[in-house]
Ligand binder design. Structure first.
Ligand code: MLT
Length: 433
């Protein structure tokens, strides 16, 4: 991580006091000014709900230009990674800084395969939840509990332990997700198969083998791999920020990732892929279909939201959604694979993008819009969609947690507030109040 010192500074004048703050420039020329001394030097704090104007750290991992629709992992454009790299290569890139050289990938894959089975007795944690429990509840609890089965790797200050915990998480999350899928569907678990690659093994543990096949359908495995790649990191989104905030307290990587999973579960974040599918089903069952739905969304009194559209950062298009739409077309245009919900999604997008209400508000399909119809085609239940997002996002969370550990600027996350409650008052005087 390099800091670029700048001659420039930002001046602030408040109550006859002058203060100046140094600027810093990112790789692509974006400029920030550092307010580390704002409170001590001026007595002021900033108010920035949702942190929309606050860079919480310097990071070498992911670059986004929201206005231009650019997303890069460690400098590589997402479109190139989508076409020319596998999810495992992307994991290596995010965690170790570079795409693997020949030989490195095999070694990395072997490390993961060696740890891919769940620790003995761990199944009880997953199986303990009542039937009907949302898979994200089980997933977060399971990852938290994983620490109890890896006590020899739980010290966040020890480099070797942290490395082993990282590999264990990456290796075992597929088995956890697959078991959650099978348990919720009332199916017998399928053991890990060390002859299969990472993504194929996950699909096999989830759906089992088809008679006469060595592993899952290659097109479905390619689709799953691509979706995981496209979800692998997205800089300081809500769940990654949560992982960082929890990690900043010195909590273990298991506790930090479990917190990230809980943050992801909300419908405004990872839970949106499930919400899109439910919205499409609702439109399908509504009299008046898309037209009625669009009118409801535009009606300020109605609480109806167009899920899977719009993004805090992208104000033009989300580059991941383009790749996902192409993939959805490839999968769902196969003979016999057509899904009326995909046709509905295409019509809804066309309708919204020709309506000035959505265009003026810069509302475009985001990563969640077409994801669900693909997961559905692969055979996942709607409630599993956000678990799949978590599986993809894991290397990003881990990379950020590692970066935070090594960053000399890291301090425990502890924002300030502007107090607006009652001024001092006395308990004794309460009856006269
Ligand atoms: C993500 O990929 O995490 C979502 O697009 C949300 C975000 O970046 O804020």
């Amino acid at each position: 991580m390099t800091h670029t010192p700048q001659g420039d500074s930002v001046a602030l004048r408040f109550a006859d006091r002058d203060a100046s703050f140094p600027t810093a420039t990112g790789t692509e020329g974006e400029t920030a000014f550092e307010i580390k001394t704002l409170l001590s030097g001026t007595g002021l704090v900033t108010i920035d709900p949702g942190f929309g104007n606050t860079a919480a750290c310097r990071s070498d991992i992911t670059y986004i230009d929201g206005a231009a629709g650019i997303l890069r992992y460690r400098g590589y454009p997402i479109e190139e990674l989508a076409q020319q790299a596998t999810f495992l290569e992307v994991c290596h890139l995010l965690l170790r800084g570079e795409l693997p050289k020949p030989g490195q990938l095999d070694a990395f894959a072997a490390e993961l395969t060696a740890q891919s089975a769940l620790p003995e007795g761990f199944e009880r944690v997953i199986d303990a939840f009542p039937s009907g429990t949302h898979p994200m509840i089980t997933l977060a609890a399971a990852v938290n509990a994983l620490a109890a089965f890896h006590t020899e790797n739980a010290d966040p200050t020890d480099d070797d332990q942290v490395e082993r915990a990282t590999i264990a998480l990456l290796a075992q999350l597929p088995a956890i997700a697959a078991r959650i899928h099978r348990t919720s569907a009332g199916l017998e678990p399928v053991a890990t198969d060390s002859s299969l690659a990472y993504v194929e093994n996950f699909l096999n543990m989830t759906f089992g083998k088809t008679e006469g096949e060595k592993g899952p359908d290659p097109l479905l495995a390619k689709a799953m791999d691509l979706l995981l790649t496209l979800h692998a990191d997205h800089e300081l989104n809500c769940s990654t920020s949560t992982v960082r905030v929890v990690g900043s307290s010195g909590a273990t990587v298991f506790a930090s990732v479990a917190a990230g999973i809980n943050a992801l579960s909300g419908p405004l974040h990872g839970g949106a892929n499930q919400a899109v599918l439910e919205m499409l089903e609702q439109i399908q069952n509504t009299e008046g279909g898309i037209d009625t739905f669009i009118e409801q969304v535009k009606d300020r009194e109605s609480k109806t939201r167009l899920m899977g559209f719009g993004h805090r950062v992208y104000k033009n298009f989300d580059p991941r959604s383009r790749e996902i739409k192409k993939l959805a077309q490839e999968i769902l245009n196969q003979p016999g694979a057509n899904d009326p919900l995909f046709d509905l999604a295409l019509q809804l997008e066309e309708r919204a993008l020709s309506d000035s209400y959505f265009v003026d508000r810069k509302l475009y399909p985001n990563v969640d819009f077409y994801t669900g119809v693909i997961y559905r085609a692969l055979g996942f239940s709607t409630e599993m969609f956000t678990v799949l997002f978590a599986l993809g996002r894991l290397p990003g969370w881990l990379a950020h947690w590692h970066e935070l550990r090594k960053d000399p600027d890291t301090r425990i996350a502890r924002p300030r507030q502007l107090y607006t409650g009652p001024a001092q008052r006395s308990v004794a005087a309460r009856d006269n109040a």
